[in-house]
Design a protein around this ligand. Structure first.
Ligand code: SF4
Ligand code: SF4
Length: 136
């Protein structure tokens, strides 16, 4: 059975420049498409990928990643903004690796483009009034 998944990979600093993901193709017959990649302020690598391949290969590939210290998060959870709580302080704007927040230069209001969000969770800790919420 062929599986097709979108996942977030978080690489600790020691793995950021290692060719971990390319081994998924070579050793595990998986196809991958990098949707987004960035390095967070904590120097952690963050990558959103689409992976596809046979279920068995996928499971082995994921095991290979996790045993090498890569944290995997599925995109099934949603991060939403509680509009009543947001004070438009802007603390989330630079921290978001996918630029899901935008400041209107005229009004200084911060808009949230949830279609860009990959649910990495970084803004949740960074938001002073805790306006960013995870919904499962
Ligand atoms: S950090 Fe929180 S309160 Fe500040 S702009 Fe972002 S969502 Fe709004
Ligand atoms: S969880 Fe927050 S920081 Fe992460 S991608 Fe979504 S909006 Fe950006």
């Amino acid at each position: 059975m062929t599986v097709y998944k979108r996942i977030v990979l978080r690489f600790p600093q020691r793995l950021v420049d290692r060719p971990i993901v390319s081994r998924l193709v070579r050793d595990y017959n998986l196809d991958f498409n990098i949707l987004k990649a960035s390095v967070t302020p904590e120097e952690e690598g963050l990558m959103v990928v689409e992976l596809s391949g046979e279920q068995e290969d996928y499971d082995k590939g994921i095991k290979y990643l996790t045993t090498n210290g890569v944290k995997i998060q599925s995109l099934s959870q949603d991060v939403l903004r509680n509009e009543d709580r947001c004070t438009h302080c802007g603390a989330c704007v630079t921290i978001c690796p996918t630029r899901a927040f935008e400041v209107d230069p005229a009004t200084r209001q911060v808009s949230f483009h949830d279609e860009k969000c990959v649910a990495c969770g970084l803004c949740i800790k960074a938001c002073p009034p805790r306006a960013m919420e995870v919904h499962f």
